[in-house]
Design a protein around this ligand. Sequence first.
Ligand code: SF4
Length: 175
Amino acid sequence: MPKVVNERQVLNALCEEAERLGATEAKIINVSSVVIEPWVQLKCRFGCPQYGKSKTCPPFAPTCKETKKILKCYTHAILVEGQPPGRDFKEMLLRLEREATLAGYHKAFVMGAGPCPLCARCPEDSPCTLPDKARPAMEACGIDVFQTVRNNGFTVSFLEKKGAYVKYFGLLLLE
Ligand code: SF4
């Protein structure tokens, strides 16, 4: 990342870095625009085949109550839009989190999209095999991704057909 002198410049540089790493768009947002609702994890629990299987999904992910508390620890956030493959998107978010940490944001934490794509399958009876890289998805933490991205000027729609263009969203939390 290029050398920068003030906080706004650091945040802008992180957005540019996200786009350089493959994001379609990255925006600095207010943490208060992130919407957390109890119904989101209901959709995980009733309707998602990964419930209880992926170590980054409910019931292992923070509850929405915990997520509300966690977000209070942060003043800045960057919303990142990307596309499949999911593994590349996740690796890009992890690189961005590392860049933010190196830039002085020691609390930097990134949330991704969907069940963790890093291994073919999470082990059933043992802990995560890559704990340094495992991060929960926004929705796994109870974030209403649709409303949050719309609140910030991104467009998103429900996929009507298999194979339709998919957008992924990630959230980098900073303080
Ligand atoms: S890193 Fe591997 S074991 Fe850990 S949550 Fe992701 S897929 Fe599961």
